[in-house]
Design a protein around this ligand. Structure first.
Ligand SMILES: CC(C)(COP(=O)(O)OP(=O)(O)OC[C@H]1O[C@@H](n2cnc3c(N)ncnc32)[C@H](O)[C@@H]1OP(=O)(O)O)[C@@H](O)C(=O)NCCC(=O)NCCS
Length: 255
């Protein structure tokens, strides 16, 4: 294993992610995250299909892998009015149909290269990218509630913890809360006028009703049909506000 803090001096360089990164990108995701992503996700990343990404490599490596990814961030641009969780939080006057947000899908740095500032540079790239889109009002992401280092990292990067989303993830039979972090750009801000707050409250109540109804419906369905479907591998279908996860034990799950 390469020890960047020991024998050699790392020379970190940043570049776009390319098709030649496919295998390594997939391996690092497998190593760092508790869920497996669809092969289509990686293809979209390396071919830049609706996904923007930045990679980090260590040019100082003498093992012939000086162009191999050691860190990455992947993100995509989404319409603000299609993003319930965060769209509600923007000022109402900026919440017009043409407004966008940048959603960070994945961020990771190989363990032996952590705390060298690599993720900071990658996230800064995503923020700069967002700030250069005139219609964009913020960068946002979800962090699973137990991931203390990522939470510490985003706080250090001046992201605001906007809310805690109960049971956002359902992985291997367990529910986990998530934190929604946001970094506002181009004047995007959370609502602050009394009218904005009332509007946000109404939307929150509406969402609560929706989720209660959905939960009741799911409970009913569970009572009627108990099923299990076995699959060979884990997979994650990423959508903007919903994560559909299936696990090794084969039970398809969604949040
Ligand atoms: C989170 C992660 C991307 C950070 O990568 P990194 O390259 O080590 O990050 P950086 O070196 O740029 O910054 C690390 C900073 O976070 C801070 N940090 C890390 N863990 C922390 C904690 N538990 N509490 C407070 N701050 C913390 C460090 O103090 C450091 O700040 P400093 O530069 O002022 O010393 C990396 O730990 C990782 O890949 N984790 C696994 C995958 C993951 O969890 N991804 C995020 C999912 S949303």
């Amino acid at each position: 294993m390469v020890d960047p803090k020991g024998s050699h001096c790392p020379t970190i360089s940043y570049r776009p992610i390319q098709p030649l990164d496919l295998a390594v990108l997939e391996k690092i995701h497998g190593d760092l995250f508790p869920i497996r992503y669809e092969p289509e996700f990686f293809l979209n990343v390396v071919h830049h299909t609706n996904i923007v990404s930045w990679g980090a490599v260590d040019r100082g490596r003498s093992d012939g892998r000086s162009n191999e990814l050691i860190g990455f961030v992947t993100a995509r641009v989404v319409a603000a009015d299609q993003s319930e969780q965060i769209g509600d939080m923007l000022r109402r006057d900026s919440l017009k149909t043409d407004k966008t947000l940048v959603y960070i899908l994945t961020l990771g740095v190989v363990k032996s290269y952590r705390n060298l500032g690599i993720a900071s540079v990658l996230v800064r790239e995503a923020i700069n990218y967002a700030a250069n889109i005139v219609s964009c009002r913020g960068v946002y992401l979800h962090v699973i509630a137990y991931n203390k280092s990522a939470i510490g990292f985003y706080k250090k990067m001046s992201f605001n913890c906007a809310r805690r989303l109960e049971n956002f993830y359902y992985i291997n039979g367990h529910h986990y809360d998530a934190y929604l972090f946001v970094y506002y750009v181009n004047g995007g801000r959370s609502p602050c006028s009394p009218l904005d707050l009332v509007a946000t409250l109404v939307t929150c109540l509406r969402n609560l009703c929706k989720s209660l109804t959905a939960r009741l419906r799911t409970d009913d369905e569970k009572r009627i049909t108990r099923w299990s479907k076995f699959r060979e591998s884990t997979c994650l279908l990423l959508t903007q506000n919903k994560r559909i996860i299936s696990t090794d034990n084969g039970v398809c799950q969604y949040v």
